[in-house]
Design a protein around this ligand. Structure first.
Ligand code: GLA
Length: 564
């Protein structure tokens, strides 16, 4: 019997092994701590069929599919007007390019092609995984689920550490034992959310912060997501992460391709710290800095808790003087500066300076700030509109909505349909005009509500398309204004993920600046993202959020290790 073809990818501390099989998807043989160079992972071979199972064995492949013998979670759920509900790979090709392996899987019966990419970065020891699916048939293919990747985990993986939370209480760690039932988390909030961070750690028995084997994965994606850990009847567990899709959201026309978000995954034999080190290194390589390189992080002052919406030019100038005197390097004017914005009930969308507060526009304040040697930063919330705004009055049809259903506001605001080119062009033009007119070095880019009723005029859901449209808008703005840095904020930490952090430079972890509340949030954040991107401030005392008072030394000590 010919020896089966084995493919191996060796990282610094981890190895991946696959077995190529005739007329099917390659089998997962191993992912875990690095194997010795001469170590042999046995081929799957022919195992005896357990009782009450198919006569032809269906082991775990890199692309398990529904309906042709695999009973566990699948990498794909799709159909063609009810037909082609089952898929199975009939041909496989693969190629290696250094530390990247690409598999091209074809199903000649259901007429689909899947391309799976496994790229291992030797420096960070982080895998970047993704899947693309092409409809090669001649009728539309509706896709319900497409995993970014399917990863095998040892059967004795003991527990899973994931994150829940809400506004002002982000990144709350929760550890759950892995049993024999399906573990599943879904985020349907439309953005990354405070509640369901798209990543987790899987802990092997006995692992700690500093030792033992731990697996980590996070989706580079700022929208709906799902992750599952399944324990099929196979002597292993399998872990999948991907974008959660609304009904009918993805219908691929003949020839069309769906790309999943990228999944970052890594394995450590030095406990949770090893995972954090690898992810920090990986996020740093994905970051795109003005000038190509991060410069020392400027110390920021933000006006929000000092002024809220009550912007007064002379008081702001006084604050700028005091800021410069203590060494602040970037002065950020938060919400309240634009036309009619006196509270949170109105004006989102009207992105020009309020004439009552800034009679001669933002110029005098910006000149004052920059004359003190500080950079100027400005708060914006580009994807939003208040019904009470000139923008909404002129274009009520620009908000995401479902015909026949009420417009559902949150914080009195609606979400603009960024997938409509007219809308994104308008928002681009508003931001572009501000950046052209002024010396603005920094945008705090906010998003203060979740998505729902995310329908387009044709009645179809557009949650995923909205995220891609926002990414495209940020990319377009950065291409035009390459010196501008951006902070990602969504009611504090509602949009913190590896997708947004490949195009922004800092995240606002939480509106809660009480250091006692912040400590566990920082701990969890640092599991996935590096400290220099972690927005942390010395807040007022008593804390505006919790009412409790902390000594200035403690407030500073908690903020300093991040981007203070
Ligand atoms: C959100 C942000 C705050 C502040 C306000 C302004 O809540 O998280 O930091 O910018 O919006 O309205």
């Amino acid at each position: 019997m010919p020896r089966p073809e084995i493919i191996t990818l060796q990282g610094r501390n981890q190895s991946l092994v696959w077995e190529v099989v005739d007329g099917g998807a390659p089998l997962w043989r191993y992912w875990g701590p690095r194997l010795g160079d001469r170590a042999e992972v046995p081929a799957h071979g022919k195992r005896t069929s357990p009782s009450f199972s198919l006569d032809e064995d269906v082991p775990l492949s890199i692309f398990p599919t529904f309906g042709v013998g695999w009973y566990g979670q699948t990498a794909l759920l799709a159909h063609r007007a009810g037909t082609d509900f089952a898929q199975s790979v009939t041909r496989c090709a693969w190629e290696r390019d250094g530390q990247t392996i690409r598999f091209i899987l074809t199903d000649d019966v259901a007429h689909i092609e899947a391309r799976l990419s496994f790229a291992l970065d030797p420096a960070s020891d982080v895998l970047t995984l993704s899947t693309s699916l092409t409809n090669t048939g001649d009728a539309p293919l509706e896709v319900h689920w497409l995993a970014a990747a399917t990863l095998p985990l040892p059967a004795d993986a003991a527990s899973v550490l994931s994150y829940s939370g809400r506004h002002s209480a982000e990144f709350q760690e929760q550890v759950e034992p892995l049993g024999s039932s399906l573990w599943r988390r879904e985020n349907r909030y439309g953005i990354t959310s405070h509640a369901d961070f798209p990543g987790a750690l899987v802990l092997m028995p006995g692992s700690t912060d500093h030792g033992g084997t731990v697996y980590g994965a996070q989706l580079a994606w700022s929208g709906n997501s799902a992750q599952t850990i399944d324990t099929p009847d196979e002597g292993l567990r399998l872990w999948q992460l991907g974008a959660w899709l609304a009904p009918g959201e993805i219908i691929l026309a003949p020839g069309e391709t769906l790309e999943t978000p990228q999944l970052l995954a890594t394995c450590s034999t030095t406990g949770r710290d090893g995972i954090a080190r690898n992810f920090h290194a990986s996020i740093r390589t994905r970051a795109t800095w003005p000038g190509g390189k991060m410069r020392p992080r400027p110390v920021i002052l933000n006006t929000w808790e000092g002024f809220y919406f009550n912007h007064d030019l002379s008081a702001l100038k006084e604050l700028a003087d005091a800021a410069a005197a203590v060494g602040i390097e970037r002065f950020v004017l938060d919400d309240g500066w634009f036309s009619g914005r006196d509270d949170d009930t109105k004006a989102l969308g009207d992105w020009w300076p309020d004439h009552q507060k800034f009679r001669d526009g933002l110029g005098p304040l910006i000149d004052h700030v920059t004359s003190k040697g500080m950079e100027f930063g400005l708060w914006v919330e580009p994807e939003m509109v208040n019904p009470d705004s000139d923008l909404f009055r002129a274009h009520p049809d620009w908000a995401l909505r479902i015909a026949g259903r009420p417009l559902l506001t949150a914080r009195n605001q609606l979400v603009l349909d960024m997938t409509n080119r007219e809308v994104s062009d308008h928002i681009f033009a508003s931001l572009d005009a501000l950046l052209r007119a002024h010396q603005i070095a920094y945008l705090k880019w906010d998003h203060n509500r979740y998505l729902t009723t995310a329908g387009r005029p044709d009645g179809r859901a557009c949650y995923q398309a909205q995220v891609h449209a926002v990414y495209a808008l940020i990319d377009r703005l950065r291409a035009e204004h390459s010196q501008v840095e951006i902070e990602s904020c969504a009611g504090g930490g509602g949009r913190i993920d590896a997708g947004i952090l490949s195009r922004t430079h800092r995240v606002w972890v939480s509106d809660n600046i009480d250091p006692l509340s912040r400590l566990p949030m920082h701990d969890s954040y640092l599991q996935f993202f590096p400290p220099e991107m972690m927005g942390a401030h010395v807040g007022a005392t008593p804390s505006h959020c919790t009412g409790s008072s902390q000594h200035i030394d403690f407030r500073a000590a908690v903020a300093l290790p991040g981007h203070f």
